[in-house]
Design a protein around this ligand. Structure first.
Ligand code: XUL
Ligand code: MN
Length: 345
């Protein structure tokens, strides 16, 4: 067994969201980035995740020099607060340039925009002191099957990843699979797809993955198996723990909110492989409920971490030899009840 890791935690500014959904406006007034950073520090989290425009607002209107200076200023502030930047992710899904996709758009100008913005995100990441670029491939997929040829799209993804890998010899790409939303079908829906496509790049050793519990559930898969798969390949470089009630819109619920047993299994997988002992963070990609009042704005983050740590205790106190005995007897009925009693107790 690898040594028991001391977990380090992070979240992103978007995880303190204002409650808007496609059918209604925000339910909490917007707060500044400074307030969000202050909350992260007050909660005792260790790192913040950044989209490129979380770090540099209105990034598309700014020169390279201005971007670099703002990133340096942000790095000084983070250092002053003792907060690390866990990763940077190009937010390629809001721009008018990426209406038909980013790296896989049918428009070469849009593809160029996506690559240029990704290279800038890499520069920002390096200034902020991280070599992790997260790629959630939001609009890389189709609304209409006939609009794009999948094999060409895979080539375009590899071409884009290769440009990023060539741009900075230290950068590592963590692909965050998600099967749908906003697309009907995404090109990289599961961890298997992410790791397979990594093999086609110029440096597969620098292409890994980030697993989000809700995204695995949306793909109809077990998040703990997805986690184990990535860990088995040494490719789980980041993690978005949360929860999701079945196959519907991406809910980003607090960790274990829907399925405590699945959350326990995810924690067991992390514990088994020493996740965190190689510098990886446990991040919560969770949102407050729409109904959450401003007074409880950070509760979903505090609760997710609390539940996570309670489940770490549960994983460490699980009677593995009793479980092994039941397994050897093929008494899965008893094993099932043992897990339930352990979680209840
Ligand atoms: C979207 C999602 C994103 C990524 C970061 O479903 O999970 O917030 O985690 O770009
Ligand atoms: Mn996520």
């Amino acid at each position: 067994m690898p040594p028991a890791p001391v977990y380090r935690f992070c979240f992103g500014p978007w995880n303190l969201s204002e409650g808007a959904d496609p059918y209604g406006p925000p339910t909490r007034s917007p707060q500044s980035f400074d307030w969000k950073l202050g909350q992260l520090k007050a909660l005792g989290f260790d790192a913040m995740m950044f989209h490129d425009d979380d770090a540099i607002p209105d990034i598309d209107t700014k020169s390279e020099k201005a971007i670099r200076e703002e990133a340096e200023e942000l790095k000084r502030r983070l250092d002053g607060e003792g907060i690390a930047a866990e990763m940077v992710a190009p937010r390629l899904w809001f721009s008018p340039n990426t209406i038909d996709g980013a790296y896989t758009s049918n428009d070469p100008k849009a593809r160029q925009y996506a690559i240029d913005r990704s290279l800038r995100s890499i520069d920002i990441a390096r200034i902020l002191g991280t070599n992790l670029l997260v790629l959630w491939l939001a609009r890389e997929g189709t609304y209409l099957r006939e609009a794009k040829v999948a094999s060409r799209s895979f080539d375009l993804l590899v071409e884009a990843f290769d440009r990023m890998l060539a741009h900075d010899p230290e950068i590592r790409l963590a692909i965050e699979p998600k099967p749908n939303e906003p697309m009907d079908h995404a090109y990289v829906p599961t961890i298997g797809h992410a790791l397979a496509i990594a093999q086609l790049t110029r440096d597969p050793a620098r292409v890994g993955a980030l697993i989000e519990s809700a995204h695995a559930i949306l793909a109809g898969l077990d998040p703990s198996d997805e986690i184990e798969f990535a860990l088995r390949f040494g490719k789980l470089w980041s993690l978005h723990l949360n929860d999701q009630n079945g196959l519907k819109f991406d809910q980003d619920k607090p960790f274990a909110s829907t399925n405590l047993r699945s959350a326990f299994n995810q924690v067991q997988a992390l514990e088994r492989h020493g996740y965190g002992s190689r510098g990886e963070y446990v991040c919560f990609d969770v949102h407050p409920f729409r109904t959450t009042k401003p007074e409880q704005w950070v509760a979903h983050l505090e609760n997710s971490r609390r539940t996570f740590l309670r489940l770490v205790e549960k994983a460490r106190s699980f009677d593995n030899s009793a479980a092994q005995q039941f397994i050897s007897e093929r008494n899965y009925q008893a094993l099932d009840q043992m897990v339930i009693e352990h979680l209840l107790g």
